[in-house]
Write a new protein. Structure first.
Length: 219
């Protein structure tokens, strides 16, 4: 892939093409601490169970009509909804809107497939994340952001983050962007992008999380 930071396109992926986003995030998050923690008993079924979990996260955003963002590979760049993506991100609008009933059905089906042990470990994560996302002001939340291994080092994550920051500035009900990360290597990267650590928690002996917030610059 030859695209650099100056010539990539960021497109909103329609919900009926959500699998394109799932493909990227499954690759990017294959070794991610949260996925390994939640799916600890996956063994040989880990890839399929990972796809179930990531698919749930992505389709939850689609059901709520929240952004699924992607950067197509250079050779398939454009607005083709079937283009393979090099990078992707998902965002939540923390505006208090009710979730559609289809989301509850999807959630129950996913945890039936993954099992109560996995659900319990995920709920432990949720307990740790919840206070870290309370920053005392209106905001949007970056759920997931990932880049395919063959496209890393090209500035695509920076471009996606910049787009998310623009989404926040365009919304009257947002003053910034929150995120959580469970990889300490990510913390200085986000700090360089203007984020500050607003909280830290240990989910399990082998898993910790950092809450971060970037306040929008305002005129």
């Amino acid at each position: 892939m030859s695209a650099g930071p100056s010539d990539v396109q960021i497109v909103r992926i329609p919900s009926d093409r959500a699998d394109r986003v799932v493909d990227v995030l499954c690759e990017a998050f294959y070794h991610y601490p949260v996925m390994r923690f939640v799916l600890a008993d996956a063994a040989d079924e880990y890839p399929s169970r990972l796809r179930t979990l990531v698919g749930f996260f992505v389709r939850a955003r689609a059901l709520r009509n929240e952004p699924l963002l992607g950067i197509p590979r250079a050779e398939s760049a454009g607005l083709d909804p079937d283009a393979e993506l090099a990078a992707a991100a998902t965002v939540s609008f923390m505006d208090g809107r009710p979730s559609p009933p289809e989301l509850a059905v999807l959630r129950d089906r996913v945890w039936t497939d993954l099992g109560e042990d996995a659900r319990g470990r995920y709920e432990r994560c949720g307990v740790a994340w919840s206070p870290l996302e309370e920053v005392g002001t209106r905001h949007i939340h970056l759920n997931m952001i990932g880049v395919r291994s063959g496209a890393r080092g090209l500035g695509l994550a920076r471009r996606l983050l910049g787009h998310v920051h623009d989404l926040s500035r365009e919304r009257a009900d947002s003053m910034g962007v929150t995120l959580t990360t469970e990889d300490p290597v990510n913390v200085p990267f986000y700090e360089r992008m203007g984020y500050q650590v607003v909280g830290h928690a240990r989910i399990a002996p082998e898993l910790e999380t950092w809450g971060m917030f970037r306040r929008d610059p305002r005129d």
